[in-house]
Design a protein around this ligand. Structure first.
Ligand code: RB5
Length: 158
């Protein structure tokens, strides 16, 4: 399928608390013509754990593309994703935070709370995020460079 976003693939993952919203978002993105890959879970299982799916999606994103991770609040997924060098993730709960995640933070992963976000809002946030590339302003680039520097510093401390 041709992608609207320079052949970029969007990787989707959730835990049980985000499963229902993930399924709706999957349908929405497919209807919109995006290339996407569902990394799982493929059925509701209340014993699954968000770190497992965060890791699976982030490993894909490190090779290119973007990720959307959905747990109950978006917070667990966000914490895990931001542990992975090269991933910049932001939890979003409205249009402004979705735009900021793209324009100012240049995130490659968006996290959403399936228990606290209406599906229509989630769809709007995702569209805004995907349509809000980093604003090329010196101050935004400078701040992202500082984030990368912190990442490098702590990696080299290992
Ligand atoms: C799972 O019950 C729930 O804790 C998880 O989905 C998430 O909300 C964590 O932040």
């Amino acid at each position: 399928m041709s992608s609207k976003f320079n052949n970029m693939t969007i990787y989707l993952g959730s835990d049980h608390a985000g499963f229902e919203l993930k399924e709706k978002i999957k349908e929405f993105l497919a209807d919109e013509g995006y290339d996407l890959e569902d990394i799982g879970p493929y059925r509701y299982d209340r014993e699954d754990d968000y770190p497992d799916y965060a890791l699976k999606v982030c490993r894909k994103v490190l090779m290119g593309g973007k990720g959307i991770l959905i747990c109950g609040t978006g917070q667990g997924m966000d914490v895990v994703a931001n542990k992975i060098p090269g991933i910049r993730a932001a939890v979003c709960w409205n249009e402004i935070t979705a735009m900021n995640a793209g324009k100012h933070l240049d995130t490659n992963v968006l996290t959403i709370g399936g228990r606290v976000t209406e599906p229509d809002l989630a769809k709007r946030m995702i569209k805004i995020w995907l349509d809000s590339p980093l604003t090329i302003e010196e101050r935004n680039a400078r701040r992202i460079d500082k984030i990368k520097e912190i990442e490098r510093e702590y990696l080299s401390d290992k």
